[in-house]
Design a binder for this molecule. Structure first.
Ligand SMILES: Cc1cc2nc3c(=O)[nH]c(=O)nc-3n(C[C@H](O)[C@H](O)[C@H](O)COP(=O)(O)O)c2cc1C
Length: 159
């Protein structure tokens, strides 16, 4: 096994939640990407980190937008996680049907929690672009369980 594969495998042992990071382009088409490399960085103010691979198609829209949506998926949303993990940048109709829009923000319908905000800083780190997003709105729906990414598979929580 190559070192790179072993390195990837080592991180597959670290279970995470699963989110969909999304942005509107200047034609109001919604672009989404399944992401587990997100983290709460600061509580005061509320700042989230999102890491996007340099080859991802969402990257071009992301850096131009001031309105970023991050939805944490629930355990019954595997289909959505799979949809936004494949190249779907032109399938806007299907993308849109997963989202709920209000005047001020948008998020994946029936997700576990969501955050909406603007980019305050960006850094190029290795093969990823790391964005820091200041939260303007968020909400949570406590009665659902999270979708989990572990050993390269989507699953329900073990406990
Ligand atoms: C569970 C899971 C988590 C992922 N997390 C990230 C991530 O944090 N950052 C990232 O750049 N890609 C991540 N990906 C890969 C992207 O979702 C995927 O490469 C992208 O949506 C492909 O679309 P594109 O070809 O239009 O860029 C993840 C994929 C899965 C299945």
């Amino acid at each position: 096994m190559k070192n790179e594969e072993l390195y990837r495998e080592s991180w597959s042992l670290f279970p995470t939640g699963v989110s969909v990071v999304a942005v509107l382009d200047n034609k109001k088409n919604v672009h989404g990407m399944t992401a587990n490399s997100i983290s709460s960085i600061s509580l005061n103010p509320n700042i989230i980190m999102v890491s996007i691979g340099v080859e991802r198609s969402i990257k071009n829209h992301f850096s131009k937008s001031n309105s970023i949506s991050i939805s944490v998926l629930a355990s019954d949303q595997t289909e959505i996680a799979n949809h936004f993990a494949i190249s779907n940048s032109t399938n806007f109709l299907k993308n849109t049907k997963y989202f709920q829009f209000s005047n001020e923000y948008f998020f994946i319908q029936k997700c576990l929690s969501f955050y909406f905000g603007e980019i305050i800083e960006k850094h190029n780190i290795g093969d990823h672009e790391v964005y820091f997003i200041q939260v303007k709105y968020f909400d949570l729906f406590k009665k659902k369980e999270p979708l989990v990414w572990y050993r390269g598979k989507l699953s329900k929580p073990i406990c």
